[in-house]
Ligand binder design. Structure first.
Ligand SMILES: [Zn+2]
Length: 101
């Protein structure tokens, strides 16, 4: 069973915030891509992001928890004007495509 990527985050703190919440909820979860963070700005955005991965058996419940975490943020998530992906209210750039929000 392969692990699955739950979310790609713009920043290390956000990835750890999500990961910590997942671990506390009892899921198998980990942050991947941390070693690429110091290179952010020197390499393409899509290669620099930090990702949160979960065990496949947790994908559905972890996605639901993630929605709760997002909902707990200030205001409502806003959709990216470019790709339509929903982003947490605090985000200034789309986590998926990097467009200004
Ligand atoms: Zn986007």
């Amino acid at each position: 069973m392969n692990w699955v990527r739950l979310r790609a985050c713009r920043s290390l703190p956000e990835a750890h915030l999500v990961n910590t919440a997942l671990v506390r909820a009892g899921f198998r979860s980990e942050v991947r891509g941390e070693s690429r963070v110091p290179l952010a700005g020197e390499i393409p955005f899509s290669d620099a992001r930090v990702e949160v991965w979960v065990g496949p058996e947790y994908l559905l419940s972890a996605t639901a928890l993630l929605a709760e975490i997002d909902a707990a943020g200030e205001g409502a998530p806003h959709a990216c004007p470019k790709c339509g992906e929903e982003n947490p209210p605090a985000f200034e750039l789309c986590w998926r495509c990097g467009a200004d929000l």
